[in-house]
Design a protein around this ligand. Structure first.
Ligand SMILES: Cc1cc2nc3c(=O)[nH]c(=O)nc-3n(C[C@H](O)[C@H](O)[C@H](O)COP(=O)(O)OP(=O)(O)OC[C@H]3O[C@@H](n4cnc5c(N)ncnc54)[C@H](O)[C@@H]3O)c2cc1C
Length: 329
């Protein structure tokens, strides 16, 4: 690519936190950006499940901020009221014993829901929802996109950003660039079985959330303990190793095993109202993060948590820094 003047129009695939960060920064540089998202809304794994009776964050539970640039960004989200600090009473369960957590981390959550932050970042962007990009083709220095829901997308793009989990990126990259495909294939992402449970017979516990070690469950959290939430739904995550090893279980079988574990932790699961979700690509990524991947010759960039140490902060920084790097070419 001969200088940034050649980039007029960019397609960002994925409206998770990394894609939104990248798209916003590119748009602020005066570049025309279209975002394509397969779901009905933005925010990706920073997500909330809502029914008539309850709601629960079933993906990311909270996030932390350590990098100065991300801390600055989070301050702007706090001012906009789209995140708040969450100060849970935290416990740890280990070697069959409960103890208080001594973690000093400042924890942030989207308000009123985890996906509120993504909705806030999506404002002012051109986003086509329910559009699953199924094929990318580069002809005469332009990208042609196809989506599963219709045929070819009519607009042509100078540059494409893949802001999606590594296995999904790998599928789109096949035949386009072997180095990028190898990098995506080297990432090891793990699943997460998530259980959202209303436990009518459970008396209040003396904690809001707990890290569970050496069990098939790794996290439990009462949704109502987070700012601007109500209700008594618990979100329970299977551990990465157990979830990955049991990713093909039926929802009923996964639920059965997690309920057994929850009961052994002293929870009363009688008459529980339970909803299950299987995240195929919840966490993990490259062993040694590279931040993002920029291939200026073919007009392609990759960002996402899996390239940058995982988590919400890593994802945001990956997308933001890719946009800054694009400005330099
Ligand atoms: C159960 C769970 C618990 C977690 N807990 C925490 C936590 O406590 N703290 C923390 O910091 N992080 C946590 N995380 C991780 C955090 O959610 C992620 O690191 C972050 O949200 C990833 O953002 P992303 O933009 O890289 O990817 P994603 O959020 O996955 O965004 C990718 C988007 O691309 C879309 N997409 C995929 N393929 C296509 C396609 N072909 N066409 C169009 N769109 C497509 C997807 O629908 C999605 O919206 C958790 C994640 C899970 C699942």
């Amino acid at each position: 690519m001969n200088g940034s003047k050649a980039i007029h129009r960019v397609a960002v695939i994925g409206a998770g936190i990394s894609g939104l960060a990248c798209a916003r920064e590119l748009q602020s540089l005066g570049i025309s950006v279209d975002v394509f998202e397969k779901s009905r809304g933005p925010s990706g794994r920073m997500s909330t499940r809502r029914t008539q009776d309850w709601s629960a964050d079933h993906g990311a539970q909270y996030f932390t901020a350590r990098d100065p640039r991300f801390i600055e960004e989070v301050q702007s989200w706090l001012q906009a009221g789209t995140v708040a600090v969450w100060e849970p009473k935290l416990k740890v369960y280990e070697a069959k014993t409960w103890r208080d957590s001594h973690s000093q981390d400042i924890r942030y959550v989207g308000t009123p829901h985890m996906n509120s932050t993504g909705k806030y970042l999506a404002e002012g962007l051109s986003i086509q929802y329910e559009t699953t990009i199924s094929q990318l083709e580069r002809r005469e220095h332009q990208w042609h996109l196809q989506c599963s829901e219709a045929n070819e997308i009519t607009a042509l793009y100078d540059f494409v950003v893949l802001a999606i989990p590594a296995p999904q990126a790998s599928t789109l990259l096949k035949g386009l660039d072997s180095r990028a495909t190898d990098i995506a294939d080297a990432a090891q992402m793990k699943a997460c079985w998530t259980m959202m449970a209303h436990l009518p017979n459970q008396l209040n516990r003396d904690f809001d959330a707990a890290f569970i070690n050496q069990e098939i469950i790794s996290w439990i959290c009462q949704s109502g303990s987070k700012p601007m939430r109500q209700g008594s739904t618990w979100t329970i995550h299977g551990s990465p190793d157990w979830s990955q090893d049991h990713v093909e279980l039926s929802k009923e079988d996964a639920q059965y095993q997690m309920v057994q574990c929850l009961t052994s932790l002293g929870f009363n699961c009688e008459d529980a109202d339970i909803s299950m979700h299987r995240w195929r690509y919840a966490s993990g990524g490259l062993k040694n993060g590279i931040g993002y991947l920029l291939l200026p010759i073919i007009g392609l960039g990759l960002c996402g948590d899996w390239l940058n140490g995982g988590r919400v902060e890593g994802a945001w920084l990956s997308g933001f820094n890719l946009a800054l790097a694009l400005k330099q070419i």
